[in-house]
Design a protein around this ligand. Structure first.
Ligand code: HEM
Length: 370
């Protein structure tokens, strides 16, 4: 199982993930997800028009305090449902999100299938979700129509025109949404955390985003050119991803002996490459603990020193999706609100995914009140 690398490594999945997602041997089909994600990145205005405004309006406008992490999870899930699956109905999204939360919590758990364990709950949730997705896929096939409201995956699955493969397709959908869910929501949460903690960074992001907003009509959605102008904002997000990589790395299996830093790494070993440690290397990132978005100006990064999205043959195909999702959130948040953390010393906890211990509650101050 897995794809080979020229230096003698092969990609492997952690055990729980393997059992839950890849049990029918189909790995996540990279071409499939690449096509889907490319389509989406060509059409970012949909995002600004739909979920972001709606979410900020219903969850932030009029509120004094919001919990950013749960909000980011809801937003990420709703985005995936809307953009990938074409589901708009909030109730339908909420119904899927509950089992999805169990599934996601079990992905990086110990694969112990006993009552009360995260793993057992995740198996149950995965079955439930697959069943839901299978029904959905059958409906897409039955109603086959080039409706604008359909999601990217639904359209793509129809284009593939695979007969009778509903269970495979359902697994692909599950795998793709889960690949985005925790990572994107964690990245969004830490971006907002730094914006709330660093007034000078916030001000510079606000300047950039205000210029973009000023050049548009009221309520005119963001477009691809606007996203390209968000250079400083993306440097900020990149620095956040360096200090808090949401995916801490991945596994590889050694398929031929090789030497690394003077050590012989024998065939058959399993390796974990670690983004967190790599990003803290003083060799590649001077004063590595310092938050400094200017590191990303110019072309100064050494290849494979900055790996929040991995690298090589299995590099994350959702990178552009994530970039746009994060930038559009930054735009909408800073142009509307000033932010202040409720708990200035809120701890960050790990295992399995880094997150602020109390969900990052923040005070919101709408700009007109400043
Ligand atoms: C901030 C957000 C994200 C981060 C930090 C992230 C990070 C990663 C990392 C580290 C890997 C492993 C790469 C490797 O082994 O070299 C990966 C793989 C993957 N990601 Fe992401 N990801 C993010 C968002 C997304 C999104 C939005 C999607 C889909 C819509 C996605 C889909 C995938 C898929 C399908 C793979 C497996 C690729 C393969 O095995 O060939 N990711 N991601």
């Amino acid at each position: 199982m897995g794809e080979e690398y020229s230096i003698g490594l092969v990609f492997v999945w952690p055990p729980a993930l393997l059992l839950l997602v890849v049990e029918i041997q189909t790995q996540i089909d990279k071409q499939f997800s690449l096509l889907a994600v490319d389509d989406w990145t060509r059409n970012p205005p949909e995002v600004a028009r739909g979920n972001y405004r709606l979410h900020l309006k219903t969850h932030w406008v009029g509120q004094q305090v919001v919990e950013v992490h749960p909000f980011a999870k809801d937003l990420t899930f709703a985005l995936a449902c809307r953009l990938l699956l074409g589901i708009d109905d909030e109730e339908a999204i909420a119904q899927l999100q509950k089992p999805f939360g169990h599934f996601s919590a079990g992905l990086l758990s110990l694969p112990i299938d006993l009552p009360g364990t995260n793993f057992r709950r995740a198996i149950k949730a995965a079955k439930e979700l697959r069943k839901e997705f299978e029904v959905m896929i059958k409906r897409w096939k039955r109603d086959r129509s080039p409706s604008q409201s359909q999601g990217i995956l639904s359209q793509h699955l129809l284009e593939l025109n695979e007969e009778g493969q509903e269970s495979d397709m359902a697994t692909r959908i599950l795998a793709l949404i889960s690949a985005s869910y925790d990572n994107v929501s964690t990245a969004m949460t830490f971006v907002v955390k730094y914006l709330a903690e660093m007034p000078n960074v916030y001000d510079a992001v606000l300047r950039e985003q205000s210029e973009i907003a000023k050049a548009k009509e009221v309520d005119e959605p963001l477009n691809w050119d606007d996203i390209q102008k968000m250079r400083y904002s993306w440097n900020v997000a990149s620095e956040v991803l360096r200090l808090h990589p949401p995916a801490n790395g991945a596994f590889r299996e050694v398929i031929t002996n090789f030497t690394y830093a003077g050590f012989l790494i024998p065939k058959g070993w399993k390796l974990h490459w670690n983004a967190f440690a790599t990003h803290k290397s003083p060799e590649y990132f001077p004063d590595a603990g310092k938050f400094d978005p200017s590191r990303f100006e110019g072309n100064g990064l050494v290849p494979y020193s900055y790996v929040p999205f991995g690298g090589g043959a299995h590099m994350c195909p959702g990178k552009e999706y994530a970039r746009i999702a994060i930038l559009v959130l930054m735009h909408n948040v800073v142009t509307k609100f000033k932010l202040q953390k409720v708990f200035p010393d809120e701890k960050v906890i790990g295992l399995p995914v880094l997150r602020p211990a109390k969900g990052l509650p923040i005070h919101l101050y709408p700009h007109q009140q400043l």
